[in-house]
Design a protein around this ligand. Structure first.
Ligand code: SF4
Ligand code: SF4
Ligand code: SF4
Ligand code: FES
Length: 822
């Protein structure tokens, strides 16, 4: 620790702290302009000038480390004059087009001038106009307004890890631009826009939508991935026109393309605005709510009366709130009387959760995700974090770059995190169990203790496992060395583990890895499942599962799971299905089977916010509300229970899903509808046995003395070409396929093919190719990708025009395919 004096007051701060940080400890505010707390200091503007006794020139507080015994002055006539002069000089090169500037009303430069009483500037210069970059997607850059503070570049490089923009040219010609001068080709997260203190970098979709002070802002939670970033909706005339996030939030103000730009689906033409009823000719026509809800209740009752409650099934949604999921399962179980309720979580997250519960006593993550930041080693297993849950990738980058964590990256996909990996394990697709068994064995041989039972179960050698996994033995041993040398470990496992061919064995191996690395119950690191959807965890906590009641309590007799529901529909045993916020026809494995089965139903009810291909098949469509249009809570896998704020009204007569379920419950049970989210949450608190207590969600603690799971036998992966159905980093689920902003960047589906496979099949970049699996065929455009693994094609499942999941025949996201020219 170091003690110094600032403005006559002593302060003690850690070694390495800056004068600015020390001053803040005392509550002394030194003006800044180029400084941004979450990135390294640039020291470019000199506005933070302070005097240090014994030093003739002024020092920049934001990047000068403290020294013991120094005496700092932050306010003096000289400093005021210096700061003023700096601002005046800055304005020489700045076009004073404030009245028409896009940042008017939220310009830090303007605020700084005002704060320092810079009322005039006595210098003049002939300003050379630089071209405005209109040719970038989603962002626009007017370099004339740039003050070269470099905040944007630092955010892009240090937080996002994209390295898309840089300081280019020299002297007077210096600007921020793409390195090669070509149009911006980046993650389009817009975090640089948020960091820019001037009107240089702006959001194109927000341009001319209104002045900042004309918007009403509502704090809320991002409703795309499971990271649960805290956001603000900016609303004008009943429309969300912008989403921002403050640096003081849990996510440090960092968002991804979905969180920042994905809102445009809210205003899209495909929003459902009223209930629809299919007429005798099969045409879906708008209906009054009373009529539609009466039809739902009467027709469901009719099916129950004729065929029993078991003929009714339900598919829940990871998109809706906890309160809504709770009421939905209550409606199905208590009012309709059917136990047949499941969701898309059954493809990976739910079975993985059950294994983790059995082995470790965990319902989700073992710690909150900020514990990734401080881990000393991060192991990523089978996930493209940037695409599945971008906010987790930001955490990993922070751990690696700011905390010197070692990164062990086990993936066969061409992911952006590769450049940070200390150990990269590009294993053979489908060999997750062999890879994990090999890593466990290498850890034991590297000195990891406590795994005698495990050691006995791992009968193969590291060499054997490495050979099956398609990695080098030395790579596994090197990874093991990095892990055993680290005092804390974070393990993140994603869809390629949870939806692998041997998913149960692979997830059990991850649980064993968590035990062997001792990553549970520490102040840094932990075990983190990665999920692409915002409220999968909450939905399962609420009992939207065939075998679990609210609070994870077991049911006495399990209902049908999604696969059994599908078979039931095919065989005619299931006659009515109520689908909420899901699109089986586009995004479920065996999508073709789902479509045919849905078409056979006596009654298909679809409750959604968008006119999806599944909704088009429905006898009754109920128009629900999006997250920005209602109240309620979401739960992240790391047990943060966060509240939504209603920012806007739903379109047309669409209404909150909670109200729809409450109304239907009342129609079935003849009781008054409970519709306020807080009242439902109180009921949830009781039903979940305190898991959702009034004060907030309680995170389950790992069970003491957890025993290792029996290691699974590593099967040999399938030979030949494989297709992996993944997610595109510019989209989240299929929701953003309805967002004009996201579509600007990624408009259509494709299949990623390695140069080797392309050459073998004689395929050119962009050419149509036909992929055939045992589940069907799809024609897509090939995207030849240099970093792609030979033998593995990757197709995103986000696009309506390319239902990639239709090629899958089971929950596994990997399937053998043949490829030919389309
Ligand atoms: S939008 Fe994001 S990825 Fe693109 S330049 Fe800005 S910070 Fe970098
Ligand atoms: S573009 Fe904005 S954030 Fe980047 S250097 Fe210029 S003024 Fe600073
Ligand atoms: S999609 Fe995920 S990472 Fe992106 S802003 Fe939303 S919660 Fe954050
Ligand atoms: S804020 Fe310190 S140099 Fe800019």
């Amino acid at each position: 620790m170091v003690t110094l004096t600032i403005d006559g007051r002593d302060v003690t701060v850690p070694e390495g702290a800056t004068i600015l940080e020390a001053a803040r400890e005392l509550g002394i505010i030194i003006p800044t302009l180029c400084w941004l707390q979450k990135v390294s200091p640039t020291g470019a503007c000199r506005v933070c000038a302070v005097e240090v006794e014994g030093v003739a020139r002024t020092m920049t507080a934001c990047n000068t480390p403290v020294k013991a015994g120094i005496k700092v002055t932050t306010q003096s006539e000289r400093l005021t004059a210096t700061r003023k002069k700096i601002m005046e000089l800055m304005l020489v090169n700045h076009p004073l087009d404030c009245p028409v500037c896009d940042a008017a009303g939220e310009c830090d430069l303007q605020d700084a001038c005002y704060g320092m009483e810079v009322a005039k500037q006595e210098y003049s210069a002939l300003l050379e106009r630089r071209p405005i970059r209109y040719d970038w997607k989603l962002l626009e850059s007017d370099p004339n307004r740039c003050i070269l503070c470099e905040k944007c570049v630092k955010v892009d490089h240090e937080i996002v890890g994209c390295d898309a923009i840089a300081v280019v040219n020299k002297g007077e010609a210096t600007i921020i631009d793409t390195v090669d001068g070509k149009p911006l080709d980046c993650d389009f997260c817009g975090n640089c826009i948020a960091a820019c203190p001037t009107g240089t970098l702006i959001s194109k979709p927000f341009k001319f939508r209104g002045r900042p002070w004309t918007f009403k802002t509502s704090p809320s939670v991002c409703a795309f991935c499971s990271v649960g970033c805290q956001i603000e909706y900016h609303v004008r005339d009943g429309r969300v026109e912008r989403v921002t996030s403050d640096d003081s939030t849990f996510n440090n103000g960092n968002l991804c393309i979905n969180g920042r730009f994905g809102y445009s689906y809210l205003n899209g033409a495909e929003r459902l605005k009223t209930p629809l009823l299919k007429d005798a000719a099969g045409k879906q026509l708008p209906a009054q709510w009373d009529v539609a809800l009466a039809a739902v209740a009467d027709r469901l009752k009719g099916v129950v009366a004729a065929s029993g409650a078991g003929a009714v099934a339900a598919i829940g949604s990871p998109r809706i709130t906890n309160e809504e999921s709770y009421l939905f399962q209550k409606l199905m179980r208590e009012a309709v009387g059917t136990p047949n309720i499941d969701s898309e979580a059954c493809f990976g997250y739910a079975p993985a959760q059950r294994i983790m519960m059995d082995v470790l006593g965990l319902y989700g993550a073992s710690a909150t995700i900020d514990q990734i930041d401080t881990a000393k080693a991060v192991i990523i297993l089978g996930s493209d974090l940037k695409a599945e849950a971008t906010g987790l990738e930001y955490r990993v980058i922070k751990a690696v770059t700011k905390n010197d964590a070692k990164l062990i990256l086990a993936t066969n996909r061409d992911v952006k995190l590769k450049k940070y990996a200390n150990s990269h394990l590009p294993y053979t697709p489908g060999a997750e169990v062999a890879l994990l068994n090999g890593l466990l064995k290498a850890l034991l041989e590297a000195g990891a203790t406590g795994g005698e039972v495990l050691a006995a179960g791992l009968t193969g050698s590291v060499t054997d496992y490495a050979a099956v996994a398609g990695v080098k033995e030395a790579q596994l041993r090197e990874a093991a060395k990095l892990i055993t040398a680290s005092s804390s470990v974070a393990i993140l496992y994603g869809a390629d583990v949870m939806r692998s061919v041997d998913a149960a064995g692979a997830v059990a191996a991850v649980a064993n890895l968590a035990l062997l690395t001792g990553c549970l119950g520490k102040e840094a690191g932990g075990l983190f499942p990665v999920d692409e959807k915002n409220n999968t965890q909450g939905m399962l906590d609420m009992g939207v599962a065939p075998n679990l009641l609210p609070g994870g309590k077991p049911v006495t007799t399990a209902g049908k799971d999604l696969w059994q529901i599908l078979e039931g529909m095919e065989q005619g045993a299931i006659k009515a299905l109520y689908v909420v916020g899901s699109d089986p026809v586009t995004s479920f494995p065996a999508a073709h089977r789902f479509r045919k089965a849905l078409e056979k139903l006596e009654l298909l009810i679809v409750q959604d916010i968008l006119m999806t291909p599944t909704a088009r098949l429905a006898h009754i469509v109920l128009a629900g509300a999006a997250a920005a249009e209602k109240e309620g809570t979401f739960t992240t896998p790391d047990h943060r229970l966060q509240s939504l704020t209603k920012a806007i009204e739903p379109p047309g007569t669409a209404r909150a899903d909670l109200r729809i379920f409450a109304d239907l419950l009342a129609r079935f049970q003849g009781v008054a509808a409970t519709i306020a989210a807080p009242a439902v949450m109180a009921e949830i608190g009781q039903a979940t046995g305190g898991l959702y207590a009034a004060a907030g969600k309680q995170a389950p603690t790992p069970k003491a003395g957890a025993a290792y799971a029996a290691p699974a036998t590593a099967s040999t992966p399938a030979a030949g070409s494989l297709l992996l159905v993944g997610t595109n980093m510019y989209h989240n689920g299929t929701t953003t396929a309805y967002s004009e902003n996201n579509l600007t960047v990624a408009a259509a589906g494709y299949v990623e093919v390695s140069p080797t496979d392309a050459a073998k099949a004689g395929i050119a970049d962009g050419a149509a190719v036909k992929l055939t699996s045992s589940a069907g065929s799809i024609t897509a455009h090939a995207r030849i990708t240099a970093g792609a693994t030979a033998g593995l094609m990757v197709m995103p499942g986000n696009f309506r025009d390319l239902p990639a999941a239709a090629l899958l025949h089971s929950a596994a996201n990997l399937v053998p395919v043949t490829i030919e020219k389309g």
